[in-house]
Design a protein around this ligand. Structure first.
Ligand code: HAM
Length: 436
């Protein structure tokens, strides 16, 4: 019988990969808390209506959502992104009423999209995202971008380019969309099939079509900058000035429109530059959304945010080889040479574990050979040996694996023989010799 396999486009994380995953979570949340963000944890499924405002014509809503009817015939959707659920929670819990000017939240968790799996593209992936709700100022947009950049730096990532654009306010966008329709109508026979539909439903998405991108007529398509209101132009210039102030390099990309419909004004993506298949993929993307809270029946409060793709971060950090040393193995192995010592080994292991050390011992064997073999597989730094002699005289043998040295010492001296950095709470050590 064949074994049952994981669902296409999903990943198992174990051993070092699981450690890498948690490392990213830790760095992201530590850094973002310094920017004043608090955590929000929302359910991974929502009423489908929560996601309707992502764009009735966006790929995510039309082709990629995992939606189903539950046993009471409610339409439920596994979240295809994190912004709408946070907005839903912001409104439902009346967080806006707490008289804080800007409410800032971060989240970390699984996201589901029925996409074609390929490098950096999964059907279940994870996002670290942030959303800030409150006064609409360019300085807030800049702070959001600065926080993403800080995380990129902290993770040691190289060759990341910030692409930025403005798609204006709603009235600028209306005018622009009309101009695009007029222009692309002249080229309908040359547009790909998807773009023919986009022309009717969401003409701005034609601009970032991967199929039509190199067609000649794309170059002369109307540019958003010619349709922006003065207010949107001033706002965008202020964002750019802010980035200049902090020396954040960016490229203005007039074709950057983003795949979700809720954005207004500032949109941005942090793109990978490489010579492999990750080239041009975004590790982080976001922007401002002036009307989403209102559109989901909340108050008229704008939001701005972004999300990192965790799997992409892991793949990129692997390729760029920028991980810090992440230890998953136990530091200490305790070897017991008779049945009585086995209990002693477990007792000592528990003491050392409570001090913060990672300790392992063999549950079954008492002969040396298999225990040494296990300690080698576990790649431990120290082996502690307890046999009948040691037990009777309250001694322990300490073997330093790297230096190939071995000493037998009173067990009460043990911590003096282990390197300081291994021990988090050295003073807490009060090993009870008489408890045997
Ligand atoms: P998004 O651009 O759809 O934006 O996704 C954000 C990031 O998630 C992408 O830049 C990418 O790193 C990662 N990502 C997207 N799809 C996949 C996939 N299939 N496999 C692996 N990683 C993927 C949003 O989701 C917005 N909610 C971001 C936002 C927050 N805007 C404002 N606030």
């Amino acid at each position: 019988m064949s074994t049952i396999q994981k669902i296409k486009g999903t990943r198992d994380f174990f051993d070092l990969d699981a450690e890498k995953f948690r490392y990213i979570e830790q760095v992201c949340s530590n850094e973002i808390k310094k920017f004043g963000f608090k955590e929000m944890i929302t359910p991974i499924f929502e009423n489908t209506a929560v996601f309707n405002r992502l764009g009735e014509q966006s790929d995510i809503v039309t082709k990629e959502m995992y939606s189903f009817f539950d046993r009471s015939n409610r339409s439920i959707t596994l979240r295809p992104e994190g912004t709408a659920p946070v907005v839903r929670a912001f409104i439902e819990n009346k967080i806006y009423a707490n008289s804080i000017d800007v409410n800032k939240y971060f989240y970390f968790g699984p996201i589901f999209r029925y996409e074609r799996p390929q490098a950096g593209r999964y059907r279940q992936f994870h996002q670290f995202g942030v959303e800030a709700f409150g006064n609409s100022t360019a300085i807030l947009d800049v702070d959001i971008i600065l926080s993403a950049w800080t995380i990129i730096e902290k993770l040691n990532l190289q060759n990341i380019v910030l692409k930025i654009n403005t798609i204006g306010d709603l009235s600028s966008r209306d005018k622009y969309q009309k101009a695009l329709v007029e222009y692309f109508n002249k080229y309908t026979d040359k547009l790909c099939n998807d773009c023919k539909v986009r022309l009717e439903k969401n003409p701005m998405r034609i601009l970032d079509c991967k199929v039509d991108v190199n067609q000649d007529f794309m170059k002369n398509a109307p540019k958003i900058k010619d349709y922006l209101s003065q207010e949107s132009i001033d706002y965008f210039n202020e964002v750019l000035r802010g980035l200049d102030t902090f020396g954040i390099k960016y490229e203005i990309d007039e074709n950057l429109v983003r795949g979700l419909d809720y954005y207004t004004d500032t949109v941005f993506e942090f793109i990978i530059k490489s010579d492999d298949e990750l080239n041009n993929l975004a590790i982080c993307a976001g922007g401002k959304y002036g009307n989403l809270v209102k559109d989901l029946n909340g108050p008229d409060i704008p939001g701005v945010g972004y999300a990192f793709g965790v799997e992409r971060l892991i793949e990129l950090m692997d390729r760029q080889n920028v991980w810090p040393s992440l230890k998953i193995n136990p530091e200490i192995f305790i070897m017991a040479l008779d049945e009585q010592s086995k209990i002693e080994a477990q007792r000592l292991a528990l003491y050392l574990r409570k001090l913060g050390l990672k300790v392992e011992f063999d549950y079954k064997n008492i002969s040396m050979k298999p225990q040494f073999r296990l300690s080698e597989k576990l790649n431990v730094e120290y082996i502690l040996i307890i046999g009948e002699n040691e037990r009777k005289e309250n001694l322990i043998t300490v073997k330093d694996v790297a230096n190939k040295t071995q000493v037998t010492i009173p067990i009460s001296d043990l911590l003096n023989y282990l390197p300081y950095e291994l021990i988090n709470a050295k003073e807490g050590f009060c090993y009870d010799e008489n408890a045997q």
